[in-house]
Write a protein that binds this ligand. Sequence first.
Ligand code: CU
Length: 119
Amino acid sequence: MKKMMFAFCLVILSALIMSGCGSSDSSAKGNGEVKEFTIDATNFEFDLKEIKVNKGDTVKITLKNSEGNHAVKFEGYNKEVQGDKTISFVADKAGEFNYVCSIFCGAGHGDMVGKLIVE
Ligand SMILES: [Cu+2]
């Protein structure tokens, strides 16, 4: 009987853990399309200077550091991607948001900007 209680507790516990992860997952699907972009970063420029999506879209961003070491931070969304990684988030706020390099990379660091437009 004790064994069964233990197994039961394990099931409850794992269910709690899984639901906890689910609700805090910021990459949860929006009700729009999934839009994928790759930003190629060099010294000192993002090749993609404008990203346009519709409100509710899931924005998937892959950062590629072709030259130097950069990151992309989406102001207003508080999302950041560093290194050669991919992030995704739901564009649930309409407006224009700058994205900037958030790693101090050198003389041209301030020029590394782009704009996320959510319509
Ligand atoms: Cu920088």
